[in-house]
Design a protein around this ligand. Sequence first.
Ligand SMILES: [Fe+2]
Ligand SMILES: [Fe+2]
Ligand SMILES: [Fe+2]
Length: 458
Amino acid sequence: MNSYDANTTLHAYASQSLFLDASTWEMTKRPYHRSLRPQALGPVDLNAPLTADAFMNYEALAAQRILTTVYEQDMVLLPKSPYDNWRQDFDLFYSPEARKLAGMVRQDLERYVFGYLEETVEVSSGWTREAFLDFLSTKTARTGDVPRWAKTIQGSRDRVRAAKMWLVQFAPDFLSEASPMLKNVLGNYGPIQSEWFKVIIDEYGYGVHEKKHSTLFERTLESVDLDSELHYYWQYYLASALAANNFFHYLGSEHRNFFRYAGALVMTESTLVEFCEHACDVLNDVFDNQCDVEYFSEHCHIDQHHGRMAREKICLALIDHYGEAIIPDMVWGMLAYERLMDDFDEQFAIQIEWMDTQEDMFSLHKQIAPKVLADDSVPVADLDEHFNELSNSHCHNGDELCHIEAGEMYFFSGLDSQLILGPGDGVVIRNRRQHGADILSDSCQYKIYTIGDVAAWQ
Ligand SMILES: [Fe+2]
Ligand SMILES: [Fe+2]
Ligand SMILES: [Fe+2]
């Protein structure tokens, strides 16, 4: 009898042909192809869940990408533009073998990436209906503050690029918006089920495709010359963005989390109004009123209703029917969601800084390379790659120094962010920052030095 080994199964899953490295930054053969980098899954040990401080480590990025793919095999995805042999990819994506592996590994992946929330999101006991209402109003009240992500975009050296990168981070969620909610429609739980369904009907544009929220978001993307096909920008998603999307699929896939989902739902529907007002302002400003912001303006309107529905017709109705003992679960859902969104904003800010300071990272290499190259104790990898060998986007947990010996490299560090590196050039690669490389010459010889913390070399 075969015994199940989580890591072996994970590797088998990621090694399917659809998930091998891409040879272009943007995905071709959408929506089925997405690189899961099976060759670099070594650090992922599903038996040792990630700790709270590791959510941006390479292991987290790798696991969140796989988990997104696992969830998407539960949804129907068809290519917007059918390509040659798309049917073959469709058959592979939904094959019994792929589905079987996905089913085997899903819960271990969820525990791996979200397990730390169980320890770090603390909820006190003794909740009453009244205390919950108070808590909800403090958490969802208008703040009047300019959100961090808005400051990040407005403060960027390249505001248009930053705003586009921000939109891209929402694509995994908004292009199949409300799909995780559908997981809580099946079953039989009385009138609250129909209230839940009403929210979904709006999200799905009550059957009018032009009004479906995902369609509105496609138009937003297209209006600023971004591609609206699912996962065209697969290589650009940060682990923190994938986590925010996967979290709702996790809550919806495991029905023990139903009350937690209700809490997360009331939080998202209630806070989205102010969020979307800021989004309209920032996008109108940055794109000079050329961005189609209807996705956001529609939410300014509809989520006033959804916030109220989620509060009164779902959360309070659940408490009234099933008792105050369910409140801690709802509070947990609210706090976990809040934490993931704080992480989302903070990591977006760090990513934009990384993209904005590429020239500085180029100069920093020049400054520290003599010292690093002269130090025999620094671990180094010697690489020799051929034309168009694409290192698909990834990150490292410590700082690294890339140094080119011969040939030419295209160093990728996010949407429209790159350096061209020739012999003697290089770049400091900051820890946990997304990057990749393409070889522009017939071949390229370069070295990667694991320098730990760049500050120690300055
Ligand atoms: Fe929506
Ligand atoms: Fe909504
Ligand atoms: Fe790298």
